[in-house]
Each structure stands twice: as structure tokens, then as C-alpha cells.
Design a protein around this ligand. Sequence first.
Ligand code: NAD
Length: 497
Amino acid sequence: MNEIGHFINGKIVADGSHSQDITDPATGDAVARVFLADPMITREAISIAEQAFPAWAAITPLRRSRVMFRFKDLLERHQDMLARMISREHGKVFSDARAEITRGLEVVEFACGIPHLLKGEYSEEVGSNVDSFSVKQPLGVCVGITPFNFPAMVPMWMFPIALACGNSFILKPSEKDPGVSLKIAELLQEAGLPDGVFNVLQGDKDCVDILLADERVAAVSFVGSTPVAEYIYRRSSETGKRVQALGGAKNHLVVMPDADLSDTVDGLMGSAFGAAGERCMAISVAVAVGSVADDLVVRLKAKVGELRVGPGLDVSPENDMGPLISKEHLDKVTAYVQTGVAEGAELVVDGRDKVVEGAGKGFFLGGCLFDKVTAEMQIYQEEIFGPVLVVVRVPDYRAAVDLVAGHQFGNGAAIFTRDGDTARAFAKEVTCGMVGVNVPIPVPMAFHSFGGWKKSKFGVLNMHGQDGVRFYTRLKTVTARWPKGERQSSGFVMPTN
Ligand code: NAD
């Protein structure tokens, strides 16, 4: 069986305190084993990254950007291989896995522009014969801890910018689908990145805790569930690290009575059921405003029932969605469906009835649709992270905005309408970090920044875009006097000229 180890100082290290199976979610069969880092290996990786940092930071930004250009080229050439690997370990359909690489690659393209992004500020004559300039310098050893649902894209929100800024990096990917992390490390090496600058540690909470406690780690980027995000934020802050920690979500799509219902339903289907709902920007709540509700539910019911569910690597035709990541997660999601029924919501389509041809022991669940869900219900309040769409009926626009405001999460929200005034008001008033207007999944492009509000993000700065550069650099401001002529004696009053 394929063994997945760590990548430290340019080499694969297949060792650890223990190992665990990696399962193909479409079959339920073990396809590989991953070694989990013990404290010694974890500290070794930190030492290597610490040693590699000064030389890498001293290389000109232009040369660092050339490594990124070559890495981008290699990613493009190996995109299908990487996508197949993701599809096999995660379960998502092949074209979606390819799209995940593309979205990550866009951050690499952004990082290729690092000489421009690192340009500082300069003020001439801030005082007599005094000039002032600010530069952005790297932090040192940066750590990225990432979730299972985007094993390539989420790490690529982080390390391309961190590396291009001159930092060294340790990636701690999800232990559920770690294979692609090693391929990424090998491609970076092939692109010319010096050994030790990018390292991968496979591991669980034990490995994470050592990374968080170690004073040699300067910054931590985290993406995952909210309880862990909160924990990472608190622990990293306690040890004086810079930290950004993105958490869970419950994204609402508000359907106004004047919306184009055909477009809206198409948007809802893709955003709620793509990747089996295992996306932090998945729409999991459709907010039906006024008279639109009955028609919306009828149309959704027909489409949810027709979803093609099956292995992610099946082609011609490709399925709409694959399995869930694990048996435990499948059990958790089906338990939520049962909870919804017990809470009195109307289960319009029950995905538990879906028969998937040849599913074997795979972790499949069909699309589920609930109607008449209310804000007090657990299936509304909590993140389910599966193919379950709930419809909440509200009387008007104001009630829709208030509903979103009352939710603990604030990642994304969208509105579908033909009315410019309503759309504009929504963009201004809705309480979340990323907003779509007739766009169901408003994921910002690489040159903008990604991040939510409320319990969806802890820390100030978002991922990628200008915030990414801010996060992975610290500002230094130099005030310099080159006196001409007569020298002055000591001054004890702050200069004001
Ligand atoms: P998770 O929180 O279980 O795991 C994320 C990472 O943290 C993994 O690398 C894991 O090994 C590590 N980890 C898990 N438990 C830990 C603990 N107790 N202490 C220290 N480290 C721990 O998340 P997941 O199940 O892999 O991913 C799904 C979650 O991620 C969902 O909640 C989803 O909304 C969220 N997510 C959020 C975003 C976003 O941008 N906000 C993006 C993708 C995923």
C-alpha cells in the first residue's frame, strides 16, 4: 500500500509516532497509509525551516517570483494527475478537483507579481534633510494548517504568497487526504525552491500543538472548523504569533420575488450540492422572500431528486456529486437529516433513499431538501457540511437581512434579484465577509482577499490578495538624516518641522 510521509529538507521522510489509513470514499477501501509526525519530527521540521529562512529571504524578490512562475507552469502540466489524486482521496468529481487546482494556481499567478507587491513607500524631506521609507520584510517560519475539503486550493491560498514574500513554510495538511501535499512539495523543488524552504508535516492535533507552542514559528494560517479555528487563534496568540484562522460557515442565498427563478435554481443547485456540500462557501440556506417560496421549492424538488450521485472519477457522464469524506461524516450528516425531521421541518427530498449503483461501502448520500425550516432549528443554526439545503421562508427583504444578521456565522451570502436598489442595499447591509449579487458562490479572486465575519474568522487579515502580503510581511519604517553643512547639538524636543 502507498505510504505517505513528510517532506522535510527536500526529502520524503516516512516515519512517525503512528500511521493511519487513507480511504477512498467512493469505495470505502483503504488506498494508502499516512504517517503522523511525532514531536521529534515536528521540531526537526521547524529547525530546518528556521535554517533555510535567512538565505531564502536574502534572495531578490525577482528571483523568488521566477520560482513561482516555474511552479505555475509545472502545476498546469500536472493538473490532471493532481486532480485525479484529489478526487481519489477526497471523493469530489474530477472536473471540480481540476477547478480547485485552477483556483489555487491563480494565487500562484498573483504571487508571481511579488516584486511589485512588495514595493514600499518613500517620503522625501519629512524633516530638513530627513527622508522616510517603509519596507515589507518577511516574518520567518510560517505554518499553514489546512482542512480536508480543498487539499490543494486552501494550502495555495497561503504558501505561494508566504514563500514569495521570503518566508519559509511548513504545511500541515488534513490527515484525511494528504497525498497531494507531497506532490506539491516535489513540484516546488522542481521549480527551483531551495530545500528546507517548504516542508510538509503530516499530523493530527499532537503535531499542531507542538507547532503552536514553538517560539520559532512566527505565524500561523489556519482554515478548518470553527471550534478548532478558535483554539488555534487563542493558542497562537498566547505564544505571540501572528495568526489568521478561518472557520465554518452557513451561507444564505436570498431569493427575491423578482429573481429569475430558472437562474436562481441553477445557482442554488451548484452551490448547495457541488462537492456534496463540503465547501465553506456552499449555500446551505435558501431564504425565500414572500410569494416566491412555493414555486422555488417545487423547482428545487425536481432538480434535487435528479442529482447524479456516484464516484468522482466516473466519466461520461460525470456525476454531479461524489461521496462524503468518511463514514463518520456520513453518519453525522444523516443524523442531522433525522434531527431536521424530529424538529418538524418538512423533508421534501430525502437523500438517504438514493440508490447509488455499485456504491459498495462508499460514503454516498443523495441531495436532501428541507422546507419550512425556522431560525430556532438546529439544522438551521449549525454547519452540516453535506448535501443538505434548507429553505427558510421570510415575509420581506428586511426579514431576510435580519435572519443573516442573527446567524453565528458570516462567511458568504448572496442575493438573487432584478432590482438594483435591493441588490445595492443588500451588499451594504448584509453582515458577512463575501457577498454575491446574482452570483451564488462569491469566492473572491486571488487578487482580492478571502475571509468571513463573526464565527467564520478569527484574526484581522484575510487570505490572499493584498491582505496575504500584509499577513506574511512586517512593516519596517526607516527615518534617515544625511546632514549637510553645520552639525547640530542634541535635540530634546520632538522635531516638528
Ligand atoms: P477540521 O477543523 O477538523 O481540521 C482542519 C485542520 O485542523 C486539519 O489539518 C486537522 O488535522 C487540524 N485539527 C483538527 N482538529 C484539531 C484540534 N483539535 N487541534 C488542532 N488541530 C486540529 O476541519 P475539516 O473537517 O478538515 O474541514 C471542514 C471545515 O473547514 C468546515 O467547518 C468548513 O467550513 C471549514 N472550512 C472553512 C473555510 C473558510 O474559508 N472559512 C474553507 C474551507 C473549509
